[in-house]
Write a protein that binds this ligand. Sequence first.
Ligand code: 5AD
Ligand code: SF4
Length: 496
Amino acid sequence: MSDQSSSAAHHNGKLYIETVGCQMNMLDSELVVAALRKDGFELTDDPKLADTLLFNTCSVRENAEHKIYSSLGRLKYVKRTKPQKVIGVMGCMAQKDQDLIFKRAPHVDLVVGTGQLAEIPRLIRETRATTSRQQQKAVSLGRRDGSVAAVSSSFQSYDPLRDPEMRPTPFQAFVRIMIGCDKFCTYCVVPTTRGPEQSRPPSQILSEVKVLADQGVKEVCLLGQTVNSYKHTENGRLNRLSDLMYGINEIAGIERIRFVTSYPKDMTDDLLHAVRDLSKAVKYLHVPLQHGCNEQLRLMKRGYTVDDYREMMHRINDIVPGCSVSSDFIVGFCGETEEAHQLSMAAIREFRFKNSFIFKYSEREGTKAATMLPDDIPEETKKRRNNEVLAVQNEVSEEDNAEFIGRQVSVLVEGPSKAAEKKAARGEEVVAGDPLATQLMGRSECDRIVVFDGNPRLAGSTARVEIRDCTGTTLIGSIVTREVQHGSNGLLPIVS
Ligand code: 5AD
Ligand code: SF4
């Protein structure tokens, strides 16, 4: 691909991007936007003003796809009156639906899968150059469309040099350490949309983190669908996630290392030792259990029983005392009985997750569950079970958060809280009597959200906060002292 990027002088008009889905998608959008800005595009958050509109999509559940198809539907008329606009669909839905997108939304110009994101600048350029507006598609091979090597190489990890201006906050960054998934849980579309599991070379990851640290990043979040399955042999040496963490821990400027999402069966002791021993490792693990019933876990083909998970939890608690653990749950999966549903709630009470993401089962075409198992739980029942599981989790979260009252925690300050931003947008004073203060938010060392009043310039620094109240999701406190004052770099307060 030729790079016309360096001449920042030329203009390519305004770019609007809408992103749904997981952190992997957020990172993909960040990198695509960075590449397009280099190519002379200017970002806008108003779709009406945009010359190019991109939709970074998710296929994990049906409602995420509906959302995108409705957004696309709204553009049909716009495109009729302004045919020069470029409309592109990228990411998981692009890989999964391919030509179906052109069929359902004929005004779409580009369909670009998760493995072809590097092509986007060229594809936009080419689309614009054609007067007849030929639709363009760039996608990877299907999982059965070739040898493992051929399919793998059709999914390219997209990790160009980082652009400091394009991160959600200047001191936090996602770093992809692997792509794809080979676990094939029966409900899940990810092995199709993101392709075979492939780990990036450690040397590449370490130099990326060094670049990020030089740019002022303090916290890196390592990303992978099953991040603790990471393995890569370089110069004859096998590198696991723990080895990577030791390497990153040495990088000056980096203060916190997190990683998501872990797979229960791959939670090895070497990784837990790294989380315990490394000063920069955040004491937090996201290890989805998905269900509390063995029969459901078997039908999901998760590869472990509740007992196996319990054994893992004991190891986590023994090796890293105080480590918080969060989970995902699916309710209303095929054949879920009322007893099975109760077992998920019992598991939350037993394992005391910090928080859980709870999802109603959504049948996905092309998955094993869709072909082999009936989606037989009524929507109403799924909704009720979702609410019930959520209520139990909230209870546990609130009880455990209450344990923090009276204690001090170390918080990496992210910026004004969402509530403070809303108030400020309405022109209201956030902290009564102090025009310089606002409500700030950040995270503790065990990943709990903490809010407290302070100067927005604290964003990016670590503060000691005494907790005096809580809800199920948030610790509420007052600043004690600022532990570390980092150079302000002239940066503005951060939007969290
Ligand atoms: N239906 C509902 N939830 C799903 N997830 C993955 N696939 C599905 C599906 N088909 C959930 C899992 C996973 C999270 C990211 O999304 O809980 O951990
Ligand atoms: Fe999907 Fe299972 Fe892979 Fe997670 S481990 S991405 S749920 S197939």
